[in-house]
Design a protein around this ligand. Structure first.
Ligand code: SF4
Ligand code: SF4
Length: 198
């Protein structure tokens, strides 16, 4: 395990279940989550841990843009973990899918196995990389960078098992969606009001 991941305490069994909820109705497409994530995690220029999909909807003159913030879904049934030959990719007791940089050999099997294209090979570190909910943050009580920078308050992070957590409240009050449930990966990033029509 990387020391960075330890600092946030993701490997300590505390009966927590970390998750993200994204209210797509509130996303204004500003891309600040993309930019802040890149700065926070020193993501190489050509890669992204977090990004925003954009699509045109409707027909002229009734057109609009639909935004869908994206990242690793921290899948409960993660094919990236099954594909990893060294055990570098793993799921913490708190439900966060992580990469142990000391065990990663840079084979890229996990990136190929991820059906969401949420992983990339870090061109500087030569290991697999992706969202880890900002595990390296020095203050574990702070939200991940994308959540803190979201001007529309579309992104929420927390413990689904904590009734006081914003993600618990959001999942209780609203119907939630996951991306491509047909994949059988059981994503742990939940969406509200996402326009997933083709
Ligand atoms: Fe793995 Fe991809 Fe699921 Fe993230 S989204 S846990 S990288 S399969
Ligand atoms: Fe595992 Fe690293 Fe290979 Fe991905 S690149 S499968 S994390 S060893």
């Amino acid at each position: 395990m990387q020391a960075d991941d330890k600092r946030r305490g993701f490997d300590m069994p505390k009966n927590k279940r970390y998750a993200m909820v994204i209210d797509a109705r509130k996303c204004v497409g500003c891309m600040s989550c993309m930019a802040t994530c890149k700065m926070e995690n020193a993501v190489p220029f050509e890669s992204f841990r977090a990004w925003v999909d954009m699509e045109e909807r409707g027909a002229f003159p009734n057109v609009r843009r639909a935004f869908l913030p994206r990242q690793c879904n921290h899948c409960e049934n993660a094919p990236c973990i099954s594909a990893c030959p060294t055990g570098a990719s793993y799921r913490s007791d708190e439900g966060v899918v992580l990469v142990d940089g000391n065990k990663c050999i840079g084979c890229g099997y996990c990136a190929i196995a991820c059906p969401y294209s949420a992983r990339f090979m870090n061109s500087q570190k030569r290991i697999a990389d992706k969202c880890n909910y900002c595990a390296e943050r020095s203050n574990p009580d702070e939200d991940p960078a994308c959540v803190r920078s979201c001007m529309g308050k579309a992104r929420m992070f927390g413990d689904l098992n904590d009734p006081d957590s914003p993600v618990h409240a959001a999942c209780t009050l609203e119907p939630v969606q996951v991306l491509n449930p047909e994949f059988g990966t059981k994503p742990q990033v939940f969406y509200i009001g996402a326009d997933m029509s083709e």
